[in-house]
Write a protein that binds this ligand. Structure first.
Ligand SMILES: CC(C)(COP(=O)(O)OP(=O)(O)OC[C@H]1O[C@@H](n2cnc3c(N)ncnc32)[C@H](O)[C@@H]1OP(=O)(O)O)[C@@H](O)C(=O)NCCC(=O)NCCS
Length: 175
C-alpha cells in the first residue's frame, strides 16, 4: 500500500474518532464540517448520529439531506455513491469491497479486496440492521426492511425485505 494511502487512512481514522462521538446538535454540526473536508463530496447538512464508522471516505460521495443512525458501518473502498434524501437506520453495514473465495489457498484473510461499487439513489430508506452487499444498486425510492440482506439491484420505489432481500410491494399506493 503506498505511503500516501496509509497516511490518508490514519488521518481519516483519527478524524472519525475525534468527531464521531460528539453528542447533540454540536455533534451534527462538527461532523458535517469535518466530513465535508474528508469525503470526496458531501453536498449539504448531514444528520450523522454519534458512533457511525466511515472508511475510505475519499471514494464516498453523499448528496443533500443525509441521515444515518448509530452503529452503522460504511466502507467506500470500492466507491460508494449516496444520493439526496437518503436515510440509513442503526447498525447497517454498507461495504463496497469483497474478498475472492475460490480455492483453498491462500487464506481469505490474505487475499486483496476486490472493489465493487455500491450506488444508493435518491429517497432511499434503509432499515435497522440491514446489510447492503458489494456491487449492488438501490434504485430511487427503495425501502429496505430491517435486517434485510440486499444481494441484487432493487427496482425503483420497491419495498424489499428478508435475506436475501425480495420485493414485497411498491411504494406507489396513496401516501
Ligand atoms: C419494510 C417495512 C417498511 C415494511 O413495512 P410495511 O409495508 O408496513 O409492511 P407490513 O408490516 O405490512 O408487512 C408486510 C409483510 O412483510 C413482512 N415484513 C415486514 N417487514 C419485514 C422485515 N423487516 N423483514 C422480514 N419481513 C418483513 C411482514 O411480516 C409481512 O409479512 P406477511 O404478509 O407474511 O404477514 C418495515 O417492516 C420495516 O422493516 N421498517 C424498518 C423499520 C426500522 O428499521 N426502523 C428503524 C430505522 S430508522
Amino acid at each position: 500500500m503506498p505511503f500516501s494511502s496509509i497516511a490518508f487512512s490514519q488521518c481519516e481514522a483519527l478524524f472519525v474518532a475525534l468527531v464521531g462521538w460528539v453528542p447533540g446538535i454540536p455533534g451534527f454540526a462538527i461532523r458535517t464540517l469535518v466530513y465535508k473536508c474528508l469525503f470526496k463530496r458531501l453536498s449539504g447538512m448531514a444528520w450523522i448520529q454519534p458512533g457511525v464508522t466511515f472508511v475510505s471516505t475519499n471514494r464516498l460521495t453523499v448528496g443533500k439531506h443525509f441521515g444515518v443512525n448509530s452503529g452503522t458501518y460504511i466502507n467506500a473502498i470500492g466507491s460508494l455513491s449516496i444520493g439526496d434524501y437518503v436515510l440509513i437506520g442503526s447498525n447497517v453495514t454498507i461495504s463496497s469491497g469483497q474478498h475472492p473465495i475460490e480455492g483453498r489457498m491462500p487464506p481469505v484473510f490474505a487475499r486483496p479486496v476486490i472493489p465493487k461499487a455500491i450506488v444508493i439513489e435518491d429517497d432511499v430508506w434503509i432499515g435497522a440492521g440491514a446489510v447492503i452487499m458489494p456491487g449492488t444498486t438501490l434504485r430511487r425510492g427503495t425501502v429496505v426492511g430491517a435486517n434485510a440482506v440486499v444481494t441484487r439491484d432493487t427496482e425503483e420505489y420497491s419495498v424489499v425485505v428478508g435475506a436475501p432481500a425480495k420485493k414485497i410491494r411498491t411504494r406507489d399506493g396513496a401516501p
